[in-house]
Design a protein around this ligand. Sequence first.
Ligand code: PMV
Length: 360
Amino acid sequence: MTEVEFIPSPYTNDLKSGKVTWQSPSNIALVKYWGKKENQIPANPSISFTLSNCATTTTVSYKKLEVPFSGFSFDFVFEGESKEDFKPKIVTFFKRIEKYLPFLRQYHFVIESSNSFPHSSGIASSASSMSALAMCFMDLERQIVPDMNNDYFLKKASFLSRLGSGSACRSLEGPLVEWGAHKDFQDSSDLYGVPFSKEVHSVFQNYQDTVLLVDKGTKQVSSTVGHGLMHGHPFAEQRFEQAHENLGKLKSVLVEGDIDGFIDIVESEALTLHSMMMTSMPYFILMKPNTLEIINKIWKFRKKSHSHICFTLDAGANVHVLYPESEKKVIYDFIDDELSIYCQNGQYIHDCVGFGARQR
Ligand code: PMV
């Protein structure tokens, strides 16, 4: 689908007031998105596991304004508290999406949001929060346009989520979502995420992800700045090409159940992401000493126990530990005994792959 197809025809229906609630999960990229063009168009394609437990629940209450407002009329409440400082981010999002949702200036909204994971755990919450919000607005549009088909609904919701936060467009469905045009992925698009269409080998079903909370503080460099530093980066072109290659390889790995191939690609992608940060100008490091301690422990344990445990990283110090469900018990013990000491206050979150956004 093209961008113009997401601009609706003039509405013929009207809604006075109501309320919608959606829950949307976070996701963890296996092939990383790092670098973007204008309008949140990714510099390279990516793929992620949709998570299950790490999620945002958002309720949007809406009331038609008597007189349309020149700005955007809304209140934002996060975990029960009114949050004025979050509002500019939402206004930016509204400005980006109003062309596609022309009703936005006609209502007063109360947006109430909460996360399932601990507050300021360092987990990137923009994917879950932006996708939950996009789903609420799409639900509203579907009520105005009741004959909207489900495919359009999901694609447009992903398209809008992308305009909130790039990776958010991969959170609506599951267990695997690909985003960005790639020759081996039919229907792939830079505009929205599409679910992985092939049958995934049973070894990758219900894959586990334990998020080790190494550093719960605010990041020194935001992902927006990090993406920007890929412009003029000396290794950018090779990196974008590598992402295309890795995605092509990962496709067969997932279908064939080649778990060793999976480990190679996923760990290399994580370290490449951080190498890009370290070789940007200005350069920066988001890993912490404990991130490296954990990586080394995982490698040692894998060698000793012949387990299929591996790690990935997002744009921060936390470590995502990935493993098949069949090894869950042994790895839970390993995490408890040997990895939890490297986590802030011993905290970690057991999660697993999930199926995307749900209406509540
Ligand atoms: O969606 P953003 O702009 O926060 O970027 C996310 C980038 C990574 O998490 C590092 C990688 C990815 O593909 O999710």
